[in-house]
Design a protein around this ligand. Structure first.
Ligand code: HEM
Ligand code: HEM
Length: 181
């Protein structure tokens, strides 16, 4: 079988992929369990959730810009698998921007201050509390975040399948060691 790991992503694409993945994997439980976390801790969990999320937004804009200006390695698969992988990848580029953006909009209508890691204030969108827009962005943030979680499950299953079952070198395309190879 052709060893696909000869082609690999550049180091900036890899760094952004793994940094964003780690931050998102931390932020989904922080958002989802915020209500279950003890009352006193809830505020600090949300503070972290918002700061991590805003960081994801910044990194994702940089990542999209990098992706549009740097050619990735050639696609791995033909047929429906290749089309599915491509569709999921582009859906991710949209979601890693839209999920934090709707979170930011959602927080704009609340009375809490919005600060990035206690370092500086982040401006808010003009969304009135209890308005139709405020309700819409709450729903949007929730649905987009869960859609992203489902696609992550699919994407990670596919990566594990390539790594452990097909052993075709696809995972090494995104694995830093490959950068020197
Ligand atoms: C990687 C980015 C993000 C992910 C994956 C994410 C994910 C989630 C998830 C899964 C929930 C629980 C669903 C719900 O109860 O509605 C949630 C809730 C929430 N998120 Fe995010 N979020 C992100 C970014 C942000 C940002 C940037 C902000 C604000 C600046 C934000 C503000 C909120 C708020 C206020 C809640 C409601 C928490 C509660 O119910 O008490 N999120 N988020
Ligand atoms: C958790 C959030 C994650 C997001 C949003 C994400 C997003 C993406 C995107 C958009 C691409 C396509 C890059 C491009 O062609 O421009 C990609 C590729 C890849 N991802 Fe992820 N990823 C995540 C997590 C993971 C995890 C946990 C793994 C491994 C278990 C993984 C393994 C890979 C691999 C191996 C590729 C390269 C596929 C190829 O060569 O065609 N990803 N990821």
């Amino acid at each position: 079988m052709k060893d696909l790991s000869r082609d690999h992503y550049d180091s900036v694409a890899m760094l952004l992929h793994w940094a964003i993945a780690a931050l998102i994997l931390a932020n989904i439980p922080l958002g989802a369990f915020s209500e279950q976390i003890e009352a006193g801790l809830e505020a600090s969990a949300m503070w972290l959730h918002k700061s991590i999320g805003l960081t994801v937004l910044l990194l994702s804009l940089a990542r999209l810009a990098w992706r549009l200006t740097h050619r990735p390695p050639p696609p791995v698969m033909e047929g429906w698998r290749g089309r599915l992988a491509g569709a999921v990848h582009w859906a991710f580029y949209a979601l890693i921007i839209l999920v934090p953006l709707t979170g930011w909009m959602r927080s704009s209508s609340s009375g809490y201050p919005l600060r990035w890691f206690e370092l500086f204030d982040v401006p808010k969108f003009a969304i009135a509390p209890k308005s139709a827009e405020a309700a819409a962005v709450v729903t949007a943030h929730e649905w987009l975040a869960w859609t992203m979680a489902a696609l992550i499950a699919l994407h990670v299953s596919a990566a594990l399948h390539h790594g452990w079952v097909r052993r075709d070198g696809v995972v090494r395309r995104m694995w830093p060691q490959a950068a020197s190879g």
